[in-house]
Write a protein that binds this ligand. Structure first.
Ligand code: GCV
Length: 675
């Protein structure tokens, strides 16, 4: 029996695949050639669309009748060499649109490409185009806890309700819940994601058991995601042989430990034959790791890779390793240096089934950071770049913050200068990983506009040099279907207006010029300029009466700038050449320091904070004017969040401006009210 398209409870927003976007596909004759489970999914999608919009799935070519037809074919039909399992070709001639793929996943991605193209896929002639993902691994990490954690709740840094996978200490097993997981898989496939890690990288006691006696629950989730080409991964505790296996040690060089992992992994694959592999946070923020046994990270990662390799699995080993018990009085220790200091010397020592997962910036997903120097320093290691869709430091899905442009900037950065490869190219070996922002909220992401970030994860992983504006346009078309509203132009313009510049707006009213943090400790929402200043977390701004910022130069600071190769080491070394937006990340400068923009640092702080609030006021006004062009619930949810965003932006403005006015004593050149 063919699988069916998943169904959603009426209370859940379909996100970017409302039935309407299938109209162009569902109103014609379609022939599907090929066999296999993902071809069955394609078949089910087309059949479902046809049942809504009057088209028909043809049984064989004789039923096709010319203009307007669609052929989706696996294997034969001219899938060129090198297309891979996920690529597809698209062409249109003699009124027939044809998609060909060498692998089943390619056919599925071809189908969703047609959905994105809409009517345009069925007009005129189209010379043969080849599409294939630039990155083979396109993954979402869910920081979901199985049991509600007393401090972090069900989803660590989650702002979208509970977990899609777990509830009350168990895998969700009701029909509705699993249908929703299937729908999630469908959403992800439609933007190009092909892997999901289903539990938090901080592995607590209950979650540790998912590897062994509770693997059946993971298998049920994997089954729901599989029809959309998504492989399931699991975060595991490095201490599992001790915690679960009763061994006296988890030393990666002990034979008994390696044997324990080999056997545990064998059982995982018996339950989940297409299991993707493990994600490991080791020796980081209290998680166990090889350091406890005097071993290095390559020892730990390679031992797990050996267990996974016979099955084709991968260990995603995170490079987020730093001292979170730093003495704030010690100005020589620099958290930004930590990942490079730990991992760059290990380049070339990781086994082929290890992917080193590196956060895109050296700190922790701040609104502005330079690209991590680790990414350019490990040419002999499979690297994955990690980004954060969940908006831990970017407004927690109460503020609009479209992150596509930020990720795109990071992915197009060239660590060794103009002639060298981009970050997106350097990630080919390991892919892109995003911390998911989805949960059981009716709008999936808490803030309905945060869905755009989730969508962009898949699209930028598929094509890291894609124009983020084009990605945003796609999401708008697939989610709001402007063409079927009373005023498509007003809706498109309004959505672009509120989303386009929202990252920079957020940056304007929060921590200035790349200095980062200044958030409330613990939950990280809202301003607290000195919240982390005297803490052990290594996140300082060093503001005093004369100036602000962290000296990370080689000449007089922590030396972090020297972790970059030429030209960036030189660019970042001097305040004269450092880009304005990163000035306080790399330098401690007086308030009167003049930026390239011509403004002083202190005046820039005042101006951007007033501007940021004004931009939120304007966005709220634009949003209010779109009420007649979308469903009332979606509009109301965003409108309600704008009230909070505006309150929050004013709070940020007043904290930051007042703090720096009081520290510096410099009045605002424009005489505005600062408290
Ligand atoms: C899952 C930051 C977050 C933590 C998170 C950690 C990580 O420190 O605040 O909640 O832990 O990053 O990436 O492992």
């Amino acid at each position: 029996m063919l699988p069916s398209v998943p169904s959603l409870p009426g209370s859940v927003d379909p996100a970017w695949l409302p039935p309407e976007v299938f109209r162009p596909l569902g109103s014609r004759r379609t022939l599907i050639r090929g066999a296999g489970p993902l071809v069955d999914t394609v078949h089910a999608e087309v059949a479902d669309a046809c049942s809504r919009f009057g088209g028909r799935v043809a049984r064989d070519a004789r039923e096709l009748g010319g203009p307007g037809d669609l052929v989706l074919e696996l294997g034969e039909g001219g899938a060129p060499d090198g297309l891979g399992d996920e690529g597809f070709v698209l062409a249109r001639a003699d009124g027939v649109t044809r998609v060909g793929a060498a692998g089943q996943a390619g056919l599925l991605y071809g189908l969703f490409h047609l959905v994105r193209l809409g009517e345009a896929a069925f007009r005129g002639e189209r010379a043969r185009e080849t599409h294939r993902p630039a990155l083979g691994s396109r993954m979402l990490d869910h920081w979901d806890n199985v049991a509600v954690h007393p401090v972090m709740g069900q989803v660590e840094r989650g702002y979208s309700g509970g977990s899609l996978f777990w509830r009350d200490g168990l895998a969700r097993g009701s029909r509705d819940d699993l249908e929703r997981v299937r729908w999630y898989g469908r959403l992800l496939a439609a933007c190009g994601v092909n892997a999901v890690a289903v539990n938090n990288v901080n592995v607590h006691e209950a979650e540790a058991h998912l590897l062994t006696d509770r693997v059946g629950e993971v298998a049920a989730i994997a089954e729901a995601l599989r029809p959309y080409g998504i492989r399931t991964h699991l975060s595991v505790s490095f201490a599992a042989p001790v915690v679960l296996g009763g061994l006296a040690t988890a030393d990666p060089l002990e034979g008994a430990v390696a044997d324990w992992w080999a056997e545990a992994t064998r059982r995982v694959y018996a339950a989940i034959p297409d299991f993707g592999g493990y994600v490991v946070k080791a020796d980081s923020e209290g998680q166990p790791g090889p350091f406890a046994y005097g071993r290095g990270h390559a020892d730990g990662a390679n031992m797990l890779a050996a267990a996974l390799a016979p099955y084709g699995g991968t260990v995603h080993w995170r490079a987020f390793v730093y001292n979170h018990r730093q003495d704030w009085r010690d100005r020589t220790t620099d958290r930004a240096r930590a990942a490079f200091d730990h991992f760059a010397p290990l380049d070339g020592e990781f086994a082929p089934h290890v992917v080193l997962q590196v956060k895109h910036g050296p700190m922790d997903f701040q609104v502005r950071e330079p690209v991590s120097p680790v990414i350019g320093a490990m040419p002999n290691t499979r690297l994955a770049v990690e980004i954060q869709a969940t908006q831990e430091y970017t407004g927690q899905q109460r503020h609009v913050c479209w992150l596509g442009p930020m990720w795109s900037e990071a992915l197009s950065f060239r660590p060794t200068g103009e002639e060298g490869p981009s970050v997106g190219e350097l990630a080919r070996g390991g892919g892109l990983v995003a911390v998911s922002n989805a949960g059981d909220d009716p709008f999936w992401t808490g803030h309905p506009l945060a869905q755009a970030n989730l969508y962009a994860v898949g699209r930028l992983a598929w094509q890291p040099d894609a124009d983020p504006g084009a990605v945003l346009d796609e999401w708008i078309e697939l989610s709001f279907v402007p063409g079927r509203t009373a005023d498509p132009a007003r809706l498109r313009e309004g959505l672009r207006a509120v989303l386009d510049g929202s990252w920079r707006t957020y940056e304007k009213y929060t921590a200035p010029l790349g200095v980062g943090f200044m958030v409330q400790p613990g939950h990280h929402y809202g301003p607290s300029v000195d919240g982390y200043e005297y803490s052990p977390w290594g996140t300082y701004h060093f503001a005093d009466r004369d100036g602000v910022g962290v000296d990370r130069s080689r000449a007089t600071g922590t030396g972090f700038a020297g972790q970059y190769p030429t030209p960036w080491a030189e660019v970042y070394e001097s305040p004269e050449t450092c880009p304005d937006e990163l000035l306080l990340f790399f330098h401690h400068v007086p308030y009167g320091h003049v930026l390239h923009s011509g403004d002083t640092v202190i005046q820039h702080i005042y101006d951007t904070h007033f501007e940021g609030v004004a931009e939120v006021e304007e966005a709220r006004r634009v949003w209010a004017g779109l009420a007649d062009l979308m469903g009332a619930a979606r509009h109301a949810r965003v409108a309600e969040r704008y009230e909070e965003q505006l309150r929050g932006a004013r709070e940020w403005r007043d904290h930051i401006n007042t703090y720096f006015f009081r520290k510096s004593g410099v009045p605002d050149a424009r005489g505005r009210r600062i408290h």
